[in-house]
Design a protein around this ligand. Structure first.
Ligand SMILES: [Zn+2]
Length: 314
């Protein structure tokens, strides 16, 4: 049985092994690390188009400034092309899409790692609450809503541990670019996501992998209100971490999320890690704070997600 006390240690032990066996095929992914997150490993971003080799060093990188620039340029170009084809959102409006969600419960051979239907229902409710801006008067309503389109359950001990992840995702993924696929697994991370600009190159692995015990009612202390899925879906909709780029004005490409030097742990009210204006956005879903600390996306993030949706998923 798992317990609150032993869980972080167990996750720490698993960390290196998971990094070694993770083999993305062409999808840039980014991860929210669990409670034992290491200062030098904020973000698990495997090299695009290559299998992971060599452990943490080679598997962990951040998106470079040059890459980030290229992604922005490509997105702007896509928006132009789509607008010419009549796919556009009026200025000042949001895409306001309804997103079908497919949940894949990857249990082991003995059935461990299951979640209840109620937990899944509650997880969808958390997505709607957080994307609806209902956790704070400061929160933006992103315009996105989520509806459960299907649940399937598998018994496969490798898949449960997120092994052969490219294979299992390709075999089980449902829907098109607009469908959010959530695979519930037991791994060393709270979650890992693919970005929307990678969909065309590798649609079969598109979606988010989330630790099954991070769902509402799960057993990971401080991270069991279902907001890991909110965070990972944020990446899936094109958001970076609020600490992307550190203390730079470009930062996460969103102007109303103040720069922060590094990820936040817990809920340190008043944290101010950069000399640039504004306190660290510790309540933002795209930081690493506790679920209880999270309460908002910003209007700027809503606009970015809307643009990303229009460019890559509409
Ligand atoms: Zn993340």
């Amino acid at each position: 049985m798992r317990s609150f006390i032993t869980r972080p240690r167990a996750l720490a032990v698993l960390l290196a092994g998971t990094a070694l066996t993770f083999s993305p095929l062409g999808g840039q992914a980014t991860a929210k690390l669990p409670v034992d997150k290491l200062p030098s490993a904020d973000c698990f971003v495997p090299p695009a188009g290559s299998a992971a080799k060599g452990g943490r060093g080679a598997d962990t990188r951040e998106i470079s400034v040059a890459e980030q620039k290229a992604i922005e340029a490509r997105t702007a170009q896509r928006l132009k092309e789509r607008s010419a084809r009549g796919i556009a959102v009026p200025k000042g409006a949001l895409a306001a899409a309804s997103i079908p969600v497919y949940v894949h419960v990857m249990r082991d051979a003995a059935g461990n790692g299951d979640v209840t239907d109620a937990q899944i229902t509650n997880q969808i409710a958390v997505l709607n609450k957080t994307y609806g801006g209902q956790e704070s008067s400061q929160a933006a309503n992103t315009g996105f809503t989520f509806s459960l389109a299907g649940v399937d359950r598998f018994n496969n001990s490798n898949w449960h541990k997120d092994k052969q992840s490219s294979t299992y995702r390709k075999q089980t993924r449902k829907g098109g670019a607009n469908a959010l696929n959530i695979w519930l697994v037991d791994f060393a991370y709270l979650g890992i996501a693919t970005f929307p600009w990678d969909y065309d190159r590798n649609p079969g692995i598109d979606g988010i992998r989330v630790h099954f015990d991070s769902l509402p009612g799960g057993s990971i202390a401080n991270y069991n209100l279902g907001e890991t899925a909110t965070h990972e879906a944020g990446h899936w909709l094109g958001l970076y971490h609020t600490f992307q780029g550190g203390c730079t004005s470009t930062n996460d490409e969103v102007s109303d999320t103040p720069a922060q030097s590094s990820s936040t742990n817990g809920c340190p009210e008043g944290r101010d890690s950069c000399s640039l204006p504004g306190l660290d956005p510790i309540h933002n879903y795209m930081d690493y704070s506790y679920d209880t600390c999270y309460n908002q996306f910003t209007p700027g993030q809503s606009t970015r997600m809307s643009n990303m949706w229009t460019a890559y998923r509409a």
